[in-house]
Design a protein around this ligand. Sequence first.
Ligand code: ARG
Length: 281
Amino acid sequence: MTTLHDVMPTSAPTPRHATTRRYAMTEPRYFAVEYAINPWMDTSTPVDPQRAVDQWESLRRTYLDLGHTVDLVAPRPGLPDMVYAANGGIVVGDTAVVARFAYPQRAPEADAYADWMAGRGLTLAHTAHVNEGQGDLLIVGSMMLAGWGFRTEREAHDEIAAITGRPVVSLELVDPRFYHLDTALAVLDDTTIAYYPPAFTDAGRTRIAELFPDAIEVADADAHVLGLNVVSDGRHVVMPAAATGFAAQLHDAGFEPIGVDLTELLKGGGSVKCCTLELHP
Ligand code: ARG
């Protein structure tokens, strides 16, 4: 006799639910690799600006097709990294914490993003220490995971906890290729994350495992194409197309991976998440 157990998959994936999101993006009209402030950047590699714009446009269309809203920030000449909107700050409700950049080449982007935030009627807050916005500060449910070690300073985490009223969990980054938290850890929904263990200290890995016992551990090959630099709406995970192993893991966990090609923007050391500032309700 055939039992139910024989016909059911051994572990059915958890059903996942999408919620509508609001994002901000900045067109890479002035994108270039004019300086090298992370190991992905090589100023001798040619960049095709039109290809960068086309790839960015298909990312924007992907969000719109999923029913999300995309606000546009005006790009400014002379700021080639402004396309990485995630670094512009963090927005939670009516409060915007404006970025304070580690490198002088990107410092003027803080004003550009602050002007845009003020124009939306948000209340601006500033930190005394370096904070590179959602590159290092990721909201998961009611808490915030915060990276430090390469860009955002550890002291900024306390400032941001005070501003937002959210508990902040500090995680030290140790591999220069994974210089922002959003290159090493992906938030998939309010209780689920994926991460690349070698990018963290032993203490960080222990903390992550305690907080997220179901965390997806991503392999070297996927991490090294910035596969963790994704944007999830709780169900659909927009991600670098080359991270095929991670896509399979997501599928097995009940998510819907949607691969996009952002290879031109990878030359600056960023991908899907870096190009996307989520405006949290
Ligand atoms: N070239 C930029 C930098 O090094 C890339 C930023 C990527 N953004 C991110 N959220 N990881 O600052």
